[in-house]
Ligand binder design. Structure first.
Ligand code: COA
Length: 163
């Protein structure tokens, strides 16, 4: 799969907004801070978090097929969020590629050794992906609704050997 990460352009936010068709999908993707409905123009502001980096996954042969963010959570720890793949591209490996490329970029930029994320317990597709990548549930930071997951960078599957 030939994909790369690019900084999002205004047109990308229109594309991403078109993937979110109801409040449940919105909450599942972006958590409680992004209301539904929203406009593409206000999406960059709604997705803003201090220190956040936003990236689009672009398939060389098509267009924007995914989006995700990362931000520093603590010294040596980067948090992944707002991971999404175009509904028409799901189940083809883009989600795995998106997470791996985001993690590589986050580690390269910050030197983090640990990656964290949050996922709703009932989001079975995302949960399977994260478990498959090597993330483990941290019960102490999870709630009845949301799992807190973490992985040491060296535990992430298919990442370059950093030893
Ligand atoms: C979660 C999401 C990003 C996965 O993207 P994807 O491109 O479909 O995932 P991939 O094709 O790369 O699949 C990778 C792994 O994820 C898991 N997975 C993906 N879709 C799944 C599904 N419908 N059911 C169960 N597991 C699934 C599998 O473990 C899969 O590995 P496999 O192909 O070897 O079985 C995508 O479903 C999505 O955008 N969901 C809506 C937004 C969202 O919920 N984001 C997560 C916020 S925490």
């Amino acid at each position: 799969m030939t994909c790369r990460l690019d900084p999002p352009q205004p047109i990308d936010y229109e594309t991403i907004a078109s993937w979110i068709t109801d409040a449940t999908a919105c909450a599942c993707w972006a958590g409680p801070r992004v209301p539904f409905p929203f406009s593409a123009q206000e999406l960059p502001r709604l997705l803003a978090i201090e220190g956040v980096e936003s990236w689009c996954l672009t398939d060389k042969t098509t267009s924007t097929c995914g989006f995700g963010q990362f931000w520093g959570a603590a010294p040596g720890v980067v948090h992944l969020g707002r991971i999404i793949v175009s509904p028409t591209k799901r189940g083809k490996g883009y989600g795995r590629t998106l997470c791996q490329q985001l993690i590589e970029k986050a580690v390269h930029k910050t030197g983090a050794g640990e990656i964290t994320l949050r996922v709703y317990r009932n989001n079975s597709a995302a949960l399977s992906l994260y478990v498959d990548l090597g993330f483990l549930v941290d019960d102490s930071k999870s709630t009845d609704e949301v799992l807190f997951m973490k992985a040491a960078v060296r535990q992430i599957t298919s990442m370059p050997d950093r030893a």
